[in-house]
Design a protein around this ligand. Structure first.
Ligand code: SF4
Ligand code: SF4
Length: 224
């Protein structure tokens, strides 16, 4: 299982510059961590409306780590999606990346995926999440800079990027070249001008509150 937590609402609002938004919820790990449960979603919908956002539609999909499931389910919402100008996703980082791969709209994570050493679900694709604790997908067109950039940079490419390839491995696409192309495709290149604060590497470890919970759950299971 992959563990995620909701971002503070102000952070979601800062990412979400568009007025019309479609919500996509994962019914897998995200439901277990309660980030996509009804109470949370109702509260966020209310706050979004209070802040002038129009919610064009909402759908919960069993596993957002499956692009097949996403496309099959979303095909029933074509009209609502065409009316939307952005997507807000309640899932782990892999789910957000998968949604972004299937839809050419700005896609934003409502969550941060927190390190617990968890594994993704049933349909592994090329998307990976290193559970970095601060999800950057909202500023990268849904392409993870932590897994796609060899140096895990969050403020654009290093000086070694070479015609779309990475300086560390010329067989590998430069993550930031991919991010640039995606942002260009969805008309969001201006995001690249926003400075990102240095990463908080404390978040790369299991947070102490969750560490205790995990051990407690393991103990409980052993007793069963
Ligand atoms: S930025 Fe990448 S590694 Fe970090 S939470 Fe998002 S998907 Fe996961
Ligand atoms: S060349 Fe691109 S992918 Fe490679 S380290 Fe530099 S920015 Fe990251």
């Amino acid at each position: 299982m992959i563990y995620s937590e909701l971002k503070p609402f102000d952070e979601i609002l800062k990412l979400l510059k568009e007025e019309k938004v479609f919500l996509i919820l994962c019914n897998g790990c995200a439901e277990v961590c309660k980030v996509s449960d009804e109470e949370n979603i109702k509260e966020i919908e209310k706050k979004l409306r209070e802040n002038g956002k129009i919610i064009e539609g909402k759908v919960k999909i069993d596993f957002l780590c499956s692009k097949n499931l996403i496309i099959r389910k979303l095909s029933r919402y074509t009209e609502k999606l065409l009316n939307s100008s952005s997507i807000l996703v309640f899932s782990c980082g892999i789910g957000v990346q998968c949604v972004s791969k299937m839809i050419d709209l700005p896609v934003y994570p409502a969550t941060n995926t927190v390190y617990l050493g968890g594994f993704q679900g049933l349909w592994p694709g090329e998307e990976r999440c290193l559970e970095c604790g601060t999800c950057f997908l909202g500023i990268t067109g849904g392409i993870c800079p932590i897994t796609f950039c060899t140096k895990q940079l969050v403020n654009g490419p290093c000086g070694g990027t070479n015609k779309g390839k990475c300086e560390i491995d010329s067989e590998k696409d430069c993550g930031w070249a991919l991010i640039y192309e995606k942002l260009k495709k969805i008309g969001k290149l201006e995001i690249l001008k926003e400075y990102q604060e240095p990463r908080n590497y404390k978040l790369v470890e299991v947070p102490s509150n969750l560490r205790k919970k995990v051990f407690f759950d393991i103990d409980k299971n052993e007793e069963l």
